[in-house]
Design a protein around this ligand. Structure first.
Ligand SMILES: [Zn+2]
Length: 395
């Protein structure tokens, strides 16, 4: 970050809790990149521009909505939805709930990264903040079994309510310091320190004391590019996340008539029941099919049986094979006119494949298989299928 040519005093570095301020409009021009928004520069601002993994503030400036704030050529550009008069004095108000949430997430990430760095020596090599929470990438593997310990240490640091301090030490002072940094830094470097938990070069805004972070929950741990990616819920975000999960568990608990702590066992029982019902259904379908097949006269040329939707490819093949003794060729279809039909078409006496091709052409189907049985699907109606088999001659 180069602030040497900036005309704007950055109030957010003086006090991260200052949300209202007065400023003079130095410039206001329509955005070249986007229609209907303006780029505004001020003599001073409490609006933090996107940077260092931290998202931009939103808020109101002289009655205009500030929808984004960014750095460009060392300047802070406020993107507003309406123009403001150059030279005028305006009031600015930062959306505090958004700012606090961003600071909680950012400071929480410092705490966890500092702890990981001390315990394993790993660097934070990626940081993303979004509506779904925070992800942070480390350049070494951490066992999922270590997560409870990391989480406990992070929350102990939060509840110890330690001061979060920013300073600009000289190059000589920095040489004697151990601090985390993503790159080699020269010139003015801002070091953010949380007592013995973390020292890090950072241009973001942070809470005053760690207690403001509230809580940190590690919600996922995945291997990522030779290291790990941790999913985090921090501060107010953690509370909202908990609320969403609780709603979901409450709904499941009601649906299953099970206590909230016992929904997993209830789902297991439901799965076992479903397996047993599927087996019973398959057995009774097979019985019904066999009864139907037994009622058909033997010695026919071609047999075609239509079944309702839901037969599996394995069932279709079994049913088809069970008809081989009654006809030269046999087909079984499962489905309805709306969804289309799956089929198995086979013969115990001849190569069925050429007839399978005819079927696919006539009934807009696809599929194939071996000499004894071909399987696939068609998008023709029941009537068209019946017509095809009535006209089919098997030699
Ligand atoms: Zn930071």
């Amino acid at each position: 970050m180069d602030m040497s040519n900036s005309k704007t005093t950055r109030l957010y570095y003086e006090d991260s809790h200052r949300i209202s301020f007065a400023a003079e409009i130095l410039d206001c021009r329509p955005s070249e990149k986007e229609k209907g928004v303006w780029e505004v520069t001020l003599d001073q601002t409490a609006f933090y521009p996107e940077g260092g993994g931290q998202l931009a503030d939103h808020g109101i400036l002289g009655g205009a909505k500030v929808v984004h704030v960014m750095e460009k050529d060392g300047e802070v550009l406020h993107i507003t939805e309406s123009p403001l008069e150059k030279g005028s004095l305006v009031e600015g108000t930062v959306d505090w709930s958004r700012r606090l949430s961003l600071m909680q997430q950012h400071t929480g990430e410092h705490i966890l990264s500092g702890i990981v760095h001390k315990l394993y020596g790993y660097e934070n090599v990626g940081f993303h903040m979004g509506a779904e929470g925070v992800t942070v990438d480390f350049d070494g593997e951490i066992s999922p079994g270590d997560m409870p310990k990391l989480e406990r240490l992070a929350n102990q640091a939060i509840w110890a309510n330690l001061p979060v301090c920013a300073a600009y030490p000289s190059e000589e002072e920095r040489e004697r310091m151990a601090y985390r940094s993503k790159k080699e830094l020269t010139g003015l470097v801002r070091i953010v320190s949380i007592e013995d938990i973390d020292q890090c070069a950072c241009c973001g805004v942070h809470v005053r004391r760690t207690g403001e972070v509230g809580a940190l929950k590690i919600v996922s741990c995945q291997k990522h590019k030779g290291g790990v990616r941790l999913g985090l819920q921090i501060g107010g975000g953690a509370l909202e996340h908990y609320g969403r999960l609780l709603d979901s568990v409450a709904q499941i608990s009601n649906l299953l008539s099970a206590k909230q702590g016992e929904v997993a066992q209830a789902v297991e029982r439901l799965q076992e029941e479903a397996v047993s019902l599927r087996q019973k259904l398959a057995a009774s379908r097979r019985e019904a099919f066999e009864a139907k097949a037994a009622s058909l006269p033997e010695g026919q040329q071609v047999l075609c049986l239509m079944e309702g939707p839901g037969l599996t490819p394995v069932e279709l093949r079994q049913y088809c094979t069970s008809l081989f003794g009654r006809a030269k060729a046999a087909a079984v279809f499962s489905g309805d006119d709306a969804q289309g039909y799956k089929y198995a078409f086979g013969s115990g006496l001849l190569d069925i494949r050429p007839y399978g091709k005819q079927l696919n052409i006539a009934l807009q189907g696809r599929g194939g298989g071996g000499a004894d049985c071909v399987q696939g699907s068609v998008s023709a109606s029941r009537a068209k299928i019946g017509e095809f088999f009535q006209n089919l001659s098997i030699d």
